[in-house]
Design a protein around this ligand. Structure first.
Ligand SMILES: [Zn+2]
Ligand SMILES: [Zn+2]
Ligand SMILES: [Zn+2]
Length: 648
């Protein structure tokens, strides 16, 4: 039962009473979100419509638990694929087994998954899983094999002391057993110990220090995170008043354009001007088996929540952070919340609003609710994305909405807040939280961003070493959405001078068109002059964002890409761009290689854009400029995120 069904029911009931007019008329008299929430809470017909979905959610919440049987069945299926050497598919089933597993089942599956990681030369994930398996009580009589694998992994990483400890443990465990193979195996281990000691000596002679920094789960996970593509640094020092942006950008208030970001100096193409961590983010349901619920990074080996079987994390660190911050309130309700808002207009924004509020300190929410300040009064303060207050005071546009629209949002705010309070067994939702959710439900449609990652569809039988994939197969996937208060300060242009890219839940803004000192930093809200007709752009921007665009391409009515003139005055540049686009298309996209080729391609595209902008004989728009800019955008997106996306 999703929110649309519930709201339709409410609509029918209102219709029966007074055609809905009287109630909506009284609702329109409410001043402020707090009064709107109280009004909705006072409507008996709303409470009655919530009765059934809340009951269903409660049943699901009370009955959610781990299942040893399911976990074993997924693990057995994973074993079958592992034996067939279908590693990706095996990992997939082990991941499912771990989500629902507990105690010994967890220990066994972690151990099996560590074998797949070992076979794919992913030593760090293998080591992490071995440690987790041991922590969950892997059976003592089987531990010898696991310790030997642990030693092998340490050896691959050049951590000889750790390897010796593991091999010694394996040998001691083996000696307590009395099986037929024991003698052979013991010989193997003694040999391994000897070889390891020799390797250690050799390394010492060559002056290589024994790399023993990694040992605990936390330190192994730190190494895994280091290997991930992390967001680039800002090109200049931070702006102290706008900590997510560089000092080449400042926030100003103008009478005609409101709050906006402008350049404090000339900014070159390719420079990074904003690096902002999401204030709050949500992962789409479809990606829960492949991406971290907390940081949204792709992960080959998720770690499940301790309690529920609905979420997985890239690391124990993300799991613990999520629990302390918001998951303790959502645990056991995550799937229901996703289902009830799926394919529902503003459903994603509702979930994001709820997550934002659950993360915040209640005292700060109370202050923010009471003040409902106008954005202008904050202009001189620090605009920090990490503060709840920053998100609460984003432009909310509620004055532009119809009463029916606001009423629907208020009902959604009450509904979502009621769902979350099932945990506490309360019948009436917390009005403070519902008021804040409503405030964000007004502002998020104009301020929240979707999080997209580039993904390679990988057939389940695919073996990473065996073949390369072509650029054409890469797709951009929307994996979630998030609140980025600083990124959302940028106004729109149909011919933007920046592009934004996602590194997990961190958004990076890079310059794709030279920006002169004093010029505004301009993003694109999804309607580019080269792909959408002017009339369509103006209409959509007005409906969704309540403004009329007056960018250069709108004022001069630039043609669509197909009607844009070609660069005839500089055939040399035109030829080189065409050649490089063709070369770029041929690049192998095999995960995770190819970064240096893409970096080189990005540099070439930047060079061409610069050359065209410096040439006074070239008047934009020209097709070649678009081509080079699109090439650069694709390079940057692929450098940011490229993860395998398993297709069955
Ligand atoms: Zn994570
Ligand atoms: Zn949970
Ligand atoms: Zn425009």
């Amino acid at each position: 039962m999703n929110f649309d069904n519930i709201y339709t029911q409410i609509g029918h009931n209102l219709e029966k009473i007074d055609g809905g007019r009287e109630t909506l008329m009284r609702f329109s008299k409410c001043s402020g979100n707090s009064q709107r929430i109280s009004f909705v809470l006072g409507l008996e017909l709303v409470r009655a419509s919530f009765h059934e979905p809340l009951h269903l959610a409660k049943q699901e919440f009370l009955n959610y638990s781990k299942s040893e049987i399911q976990s074993t069945s997924h693990r057995v299926e994973g074993d079958v694929y592992y034996q067939k050497k279908l590693n990706w598919k095996a990992i997939c089933f082990y991941n499912r087994s771990l989500l629902v597993g507990k105690d010994e089942s967890l220990a066994l599956t972690y151990a099996n998954r560590s074998a797949v990681f070992y076979d794919t030369a992913d030593w760090l994930h293998s080591l992490r899983d071995i440690q987790l398996s041991l922590d969950h009580g892997y059976p003592k009589h089987l531990e010898c094999k696991l310790r030997e694998r642990q030693g092998d992994c340490w050896l691959e990483l050049g951590q000889f002391n750790q390897a010796l400890i593991s091999f010694n443990l394996a040998r001691d465990l083996l000696m307590t057993l009395s099986t037929l193979q024991q003698k052979d195996k013991l010989g193997d281990l003694v040999l391994k110990l000897k070889q390891t000691k020799n390797k250690q000596k050799k390394a010492k002679k060559c002056g290589l220090p024994d790399n023993d920094k990694i040992s605990s789960i936390k330190s192994i996970e730190q190494e895994i995170i280091k290997k991930r593509r992390s967001a680039p640094e800002l090109h200049r020092a931070r702006n102290p008043l706008l900590p997510s942006a560089s000092a080449s950008v400042e926030l100003i208030n103008t009478p005609d354009r409101g709050r906006c970001l402008v350049a404090t100096e000339d900014i070159k193409i390719g420079e990074t001007v904003i690096v902002e961590k999401a204030h709050a983010s949500i992962l789409q349901y479809e990606f829960k088996e492949s991406h971290c619920h907390h940081c949204l990074h792709w992960t080959p080996g998720p770690v499940p929540c301790h309690k529920c079987s609905q979420v997985g994390f890239c690391s124990t660190q993300c799991r613990d952070e999520a629990w302390d911050s918001y998951h303790q309130f959502e645990c056991g309700l995550t799937d229901f919340l996703c289902r009830t808002t799926r394919d529902v207009n503003t459903g994603q924004h509702g979930l994001l609003a709820l997550r934002t509020v659950l993360k915040a300190d209640r005292r700060l929410i109370i202050i923010a609710n009471e003040q409902e300040k106008s954005p202008e009064s904050f202009a001189s303060q620090v605009f920090d994305s990490a503060n709840y207050d920053t998100v609460h005071r984003l432009v909310d546009n509620s004055s532009q909405r119809s009463t029916t629209d606001i009423f629907r949002r208020a009902v959604m705010a009450v509904y979502l807040t009621s769902l979350i309070q099932i945990r506490d067994g309360k019948d009436r939702p917390d009005e403070v939280l519902a008021t804040a959710v409503l405030r964000l439900l007004h502002s998020y449609p104009c301020n929240a961003h979707e999080i997209s990652h580039m993904a390679i569809p990988v057939p389940s039988g695919f073996c990473a070493q065996s073949k390369s994939l072509q650029l054409q197969q890469i797709q951009s996937c929307e994996i979630g959405s998030a609140a980025f208060p600083v990124v959302s300060l940028m106004n729109h242009s149909c011919n933007p001078n920046v592009v934004h890219l996602c590194y997990g839940d961190v958004m990076v803004v890079k310059v794709i068109h030279r920006i002169a000192r004093g010029e505004e930093i301009l993003d694109n809200y999804g309607y580019h002059y080269a792909t959408h007709e002017k009339r369509e752009r103006q209409l959509k921007l007005c409906q969704q964002y309540y403004f009329r665009c007056r960018c250069q391409s709108c004022v001069e009515d630039w043609p669509l890409y197909r009607d844009t003139p070609k660069l005839t005055s500089r055939p040399d540049i035109a030829d080189r761009i065409t050649k490089e686009i063709n070369n770029f298309k041929k690049l192998s996209c095999c995960y995770p290689e190819g970064s240096s080729q893409r970096e080189e391609a990005a540099r070439l595209f930047i060079g061409h854009l610069d050359a065209m902008e410096s040439d006074p004989s070239i008047n934009l728009p020209v097709q070649e400029y678009n081509k080079a800019q699109e090439g650069l955008k694709l390079c940057l997106a692929l450098l940011a995120t490229l993860s395998p996306h398993l297709v069955f």
